[in-house]
Design a protein around this ligand. Structure first.
Ligand SMILES: [Zn+2]
Length: 338
């Protein structure tokens, strides 16, 4: 009997060990995962955090692309303080995050230097940067890049709308335009040194936030019915060719599209509802906030004019012509909307 009891006891012990082994096996991946996390925690060396006015800042970019970690930050407040608890920000940075700064919007102030500073710092409008007209080495920063500046207003480009929330605003001191005797807008040129300042500023911003060429725009691109800045004198082509900034079309594509029909044919069909619809759709596809209807209206003319300011500055009459059409097609080919 005792022997029998011993056997039962033994088998119970063995089976409970097996059970435990099973349990351990079952949870092994979890244990291993925990170990990996611990290992990463040990090897992850965070950038130093500085404290100022009781808020904590990273001064350096803390992103680590090798770890698919996009936790990049430039001097922003990075953590909350919970009284009695420890907010730990270095253990588990999430991959699913990105920059607020998706666009750069370029403006002119249409005011002199002094008035530009006054309006952009003391009124209800602002921009992150102001490029003066003094010919010196300075560029003024008016708003922290991580904070919102009020420069864009109501606008639209591809899927985006709230440009104060998702862009960096650059204002350039420039007189804007005057109307000539025929009511045509005549714009002020930008001095060479001012263009160089804007180019270097853009280059740095675009690099740090990985802003694509399609997202470097003029105010008139996102708000064509309200705005003309930075106007046709702003050298978008030069920025593209010399600094690899922003968009420009391929000349060969332009001529290929121009040769698909002659000017006479184009003139005959340019006001037909199907072609107007096609043109409006192409503008919308490229990014402009326009709804295809099949008929031209004043708002559409302003969109075409804004397009010409940016991509065909030699003639910005707002009238659809074969060259404007070919440039638009070439741009849609080179920069297809995703
Ligand atoms: Zn503007």
């Amino acid at each position: 009997m005792r022997k029998y009891l011993l056997l039962i006891g033994l088998s119970f012990f063995v089976s409970s060990c097996a059970q435990r082994n099973k349990v351990e096996k079952k949870y092994q991946p979890f244990v291993q995962k925990k170990k990996i996390i611990k290992k990463e925690r040990k090897t992850y060396v965070p950038s130093p955090i500085e404290t100022d006015c009781d808020a904590e800042f990273y001064r350096k970019n803390i992103g680590n692309k090798a770890r698919k970690d996009n936790t990049m930050s430039y001097g922003s407040i990075v953590t909350a303080k919970a009284n009695g608890f420890q907010v730990v920000k270095t253990h588990f940075p999430a991959v699913s995050q990105d920059f607020r700064q998706k666009y750069v919007i370029v403006h002119y102030t249409a005011l002199n230097n002094e008035k530009s500073i006054m309006v952009l710092t003391e009124r209800g409008v602002s921009s992150h940067y102001l490029v003066n007209d003094l010919g010196d080495k300075e560029i003024y920063q008016l708003v922290d890049e991580n904070k919102r500046a009020y420069h864009a207003g109501v606008g639209s480009w591809r899927k985006h709308k709230n440009f104060n929330d998702n862009s960096i605003g650059i204002e350039i001191v420039n007189d804007g335009y005057v109307l000539d005797e025929n009511g045509k807008r005549v714009f002020s040129p930008f001095p060479r040194w001012q263009v160089r300042k804007v180019a270097q500023l853009l280059k740095d911003i675009v690099r740090r936030y990985e802003i694509p060429p399609t997202n470097i725009l003029g105010h008139s691109d996102i708000a064509p019915t309200r705005k003309q800045d930075p106007g046709p004198e702003f050298p978008w082509k030069e920025l593209y060719e010399k600094y690899n900034l922003g968009m420009w079309y391929n000349e060969t594509d332009k001529y290929r599209f121009m040769n698909q029909m002659n000017a006479q044919e184009f003139f005959q069909k340019k006001d037909s509802p199907s072609f107007v619809f096609e043109f409006q759709s192409a503008l919308k596809r490229f990014g402009y906030g326009i709804e295809p209807t099949g008929t031209w209206d004043e708002g559409n003319r302003k969109v075409v004019e804004a397009f010409q300011y940016h991509f065909r500055p030699q003639n910005y009459d707002g009238i659809v012509d074969i060259e404007t059409w070919a440039i638009l097609k070439a741009l849609n080919k080179k920069y297809p909307a995703k």
